[in-house]
Unconditional design. Sequence first.
Length: 544
Amino acid sequence: MKENSNHKQALYTLITVFFFWGFIAASNGVFIPFCKTYFKLDQFQSQLIDFAFYGAYYIGALFLFIFSSVRNTDIMNSWGFKSSIVKGLLLSAIGAVAMVTAVNGASPGDSSTFTYILGALFIVGLGFSLQQTAANPFAISLGDPEKGSHRLNLAGGVNSFGTSIGPIVVSLALFGTAASANIDLDAQIASNEITLSAVQMLYIGVGILFLAAASLFYFSKKLPDGKEDSSFLGAPKAMSALISITVLLIIIFYQVFNQYVGLEDGQKLSEASDSLILNLSLFGLFVVVGGLLLSNYLARKNSEGWGAMQYPQLVLGMLAIFTYVGVEVSIQSNLGDLLQTPSFGSLKPDEIAPYISMYWGGLMIGRWTGAITVFNPSNTLKKWLYIIVPYVAFGVVLSVNAISGFEVKHLFAFAICVAIQIAGFFIGKDKPTSTLMVFGVLGILAMLVGLYSTGTIAIFAFLSGGLFCSIMWPSIFSLSIKGLGKFTSQGSAFLVMMILGGAIIPPIQGKLADIIGIHQSYWVTVFCFLYLVIFAQKTKKIFQ
């Protein structure tokens, strides 16, 4: 019993770091449309915020794997999960300092400042990569392995609370007011009434919080060191494949960014350049998907040197994480621009935050519900909690927005979408494959409703994407590492690399939006959810 209590205390300490990931990631949903206006960017350029932030996850995890291969020691296990998280928090604090420096004295339309902002977000993301590579397997290890996905849901619920607060805090920091103020952003930027100095103050606060969290972890006696066997299982062929994919992506996106060289600030690209960028970005997507599938094909023919990549569930799971993170981020990153169109209410930038908050709140609603099993309720109580907890979480999201001064009456009808999610939980019956399949199908239907309608119905359909993405990370993660045995740690690292999807899919949708319009660009999300349904079906067959 005491060991159980210690596990729970350690878990509660650990999940505090999940809050930061959510806070910063969701903040980008408000920061992206603001930067688009402030620096006179097109939709693709604005999505480079996600490219830098989530690309850092991939680079950080890949570097750890390569470094471990060269040293022939599992660096993460050698440091211990606790120490790794502390190092990651300190690195993110350095990124916060870089952000404060980057925006100092920045003037509207100064594209060089935007480049520095991307660099600072990349450093913050590198820190998050180290934290997340350690925190996910750490959470799974703190108790019964069979309930590992439920502990990740609990941690994800805290993460999603951060995502619900982040957009509101950033909106108030940037605009200094609630949505009802109805400001003219272009005019206030031109008159220097709104500047990036607010971002400086925000990241000073964030940097202090990173340092405080690092201290909490470093001095916590409740949290074990999390050191495991540091012997390293090499996978030279897998490493070569990942390095090859990375080199090709660097070449591809160098050509993409080169299309913007020589443009005056605010100048638009030609149609030919737009098409070339879209084609190059899609080729980058093909490189990732094709490279991983080819690797698994070769590994199954001769597993020597491939490590965890010999397991089909792991490689399919890598693509599922890539797709899931991509669709989760892409829906909200492009949502701000969508809501500013006439068909979706012609909202002003300072009116967007409640919608971004509700989108990420949908993830919190689902993850709080998914975490119920961690507390071992009786079957009868669990059924009632499956109904009560989602609406409690929904009330929390509404309350946070209302307390911040935002109007929330127009969001009450979202309760219908919450009811659909509750039905999904009952149909899924706590089984990862079934739940993932049900929520994937609901995601497809929601995106199609959004594409074939406008106004409030379409907005709620796209917002419900958060509800249906909510349980996907823990479900995919637990299914992907199932049966990997001694390669579990390596497989976890490969999965974290695939947060890369958040760097590639949103810019693809962004460039598609530049070409065919922001509304129709949401077809990208349909295909993402479709693959997640396919993954659920494939893994169900693998484990039969």
